[in-house]
Design a binder for this molecule. Structure first.
Ligand SMILES: [Cu+2]
Length: 148
């Protein structure tokens, strides 16, 4: 009986370790995520998030049911004019969090079927590619908030 209990415990700890290693491999930490409130009739919106990863990964694709398409955009000032640029992919270097926030990098949401109202929760899928080219999906629910 004692012997069986011991091997069961060992079995459980091996399973847990494998699960932990699996998560540690690919998981990107997603924090400070939110979607900006949009006005009725407005066809585009924006979402923001901070991405942190223990290894080099690249954000290659984003989607949500609440938009026809999602693009990664950078924003820079050029001669006093804000310029947005669509990015094919967004690198997230190991140990260097990438902050998407108003006035800078953002997720641009196109073809909104309905406005984003404060307090709503919006599900997103983010696809990350690692150095080996392996793609991992991550899901996050972002709250809709007015810009601070
Ligand atoms: Cu944009």
């Amino acid at each position: 009986m004692l012997k069986n209990t011991h091997s069961l415990l060992r079995f459980i700890s091996v399973v847990c370790l494998a699960g932990w290693l699996g998560i540690a491999q690919a998981e990107v930490k997603l924090t400070d995520a939110w979607v900006r409130v949009s006005n009725p009739g407005q066809s585009v919106g924006a979402a923001y998030i901070t991405l942190s990863s223990a290894q080099d990964v690249t954000l290659v694709y984003v989607e949500t049911e609440r938009a026809g398409s999602v693009e990664m955009h950078s924003m820079t000032m050029q001669n006093g004019i804000m310029k947005m640029r669509s990015m094919e992919e967004l690198p997230v270097p190991a140990g260097k969090p990438v902050k998407l926030a108003p006035g800078g990098l953002h997720l641009m949401l196109f073809e909104l079927p309905a406005p984003f109202k404060a307090g709503e929760q919006v599900k997103f899928r983010l696809c990350f590619k690692d150095k080996q080219g392996k793609i991992t999906d991550q899901f996050i629910t972002m709250p809709v908030k007015a810009a601070p």
